[in-house]
Ligand binder design. Sequence first.
Ligand code: HEC
Ligand code: HEC
Length: 320
Amino acid sequence: MDTDKTQPIEDPIRPHSFDGIQEYDKALPNWWLFTFYITFVFSIGYWIYYHKTDMGVDQIGEYEANLARVEAAAAEFNKGAAEVNDESLLALSQDPEAVAAGQQHYMSNCFPCHGAELQGPPAPGLPGVSLVDAEWLHGHQPTRILATITDGVLEKGMPAWGPVLGPKRANELTAFILSKQDPNITPTGPSETPAANAAAPATNAATAVPPATAPVASQSNITNDELVALSQDPAVVAAGQTRYQTLCVACHGVNLEGPPAPGLPGVSLVDAEWLHGNEPLQIRGTIVNGIIEKGMVPWLAVVGEDGANELTAFILSKQP
Ligand code: HEC
Ligand code: HEC
C-alpha cells in the first residue's frame, strides 16, 4: 500500500505528452481496486436478487404496490357513492355496524354544533340546530339529510362534509341520524320533491374523489408580511371577528380562550402553545386545511380565500 508514498519518483513516465504535460504510470491503490471488484460482485448479486428471482421488488413492482394501496383507499373512501336512495339509507339505519360507525364520525365531527344527543348546540351562542326535533330546515327525507351533510349549508356555518369524509362515512352518518329519530315525532320542513330526491345521489357521487385530492387547495399566495399588515387594518379585523363569532366560537371560545364547554374539541388561540405553528401563514394553513382527524374543520370551502385572510388577521390581532 504505502509503496505509493515511498516510491512516487520512481514511477515510470508515460511516453505520451499533451501540450507538454506528461503523466506518471501509477499503480492504482489496492483499496480502490478492491472497491471496484466488490461492485462487480455486488452487481451480480443485485441482478439475481431483483431481476432473476422474485425476492426483490423493483421500482415498477413498488409503484404498482403503492398504486394498489391508493386505489384500495380511494375505493374505501368512495364506497357507497352510487345507488343510494331513501330505502337503502333507511335499511342502513337498521344496520348496527353502520350506525356505530356513523356515531363515531358524529362524535369526532358534529357534536360541537349539534350536541352529543343531537339536541343542538351544547352551549348557548354556538351555531347548529337540533337533529332530533320535528323541524327540518333542509328536509327530513334520508336523501335530503345526506345531501345536507354532503353539501353543507355554507352561509350558515354548516361545513360541506362530502369532500372531507367521503360518501361511505356520509351514508353512515345519515344512518346514525335516522336511527336517532323518534317515531312519534312527525317531521316538518321542505317536503320531498322528485327533483331534490333525484339530485341527492348525484351530489353524493360527484364528491366521489380520492382522499388525496378531497379538500380544496388554497390558491392564495399571500405572504406572512401581508397577513401581519391585514391584522392592523380595523376593517379586515372586524370582518374576521364577525366570521369568528359565527363559525369558531363553538370550539375556540368567545375570547379565543378555548372550548366554551367541557368536552368540546378545540384549543386556545391566545396561549403560547401553537400545535400547528404560529407564523401567520401556518395559522392560515390550519384554518384553510383543518385538522380533520382532530375535529378542526377545513374552512376554505366555507369562507373562501378572503375569509381565511380575515380570520387569520383577527386571530393575529388578538395575540397578547
Ligand atoms: C361548525 C358547526 C357545525 C358542525 C361542526 C356541523 N354542523 Fe350541521 N349544521 C350547522 C348549522 C349552523 C346548521 C343549520 C343550517 C341552517 O340554518 O340552514 C346545520 C344543519 C345540519 C343539518 C340539517 C338540519 C335541518 O334542520 O335540516 C344536518 C343533517 C346536519 N347539520 C348534520 C351535520 C353532521 C352529520 C355533521 C358532522 C359531520 C355536522 N352537521 C357538523 C352547523 C354545524
Ligand atoms: C368543531 C370544532 C372546531 C371549530 C368549529 C373550529 N375549530 Fe379550530 N381547532 C379545532 C381543534 C380540535 C383544533 C386542535 C387540532 C389539534 O389538536 O391538532 C383546532 C385548531 C385550530 C388552530 C390551530 C391552533 C394551534 O394550536 O396550532 C387554528 C388557528 C384554528 N383552529 C382556527 C379556527 C378558526 C378560525 C375557526 C373558525 C373559522 C375554527 N378554528 C373552528 C376545532 C375547531
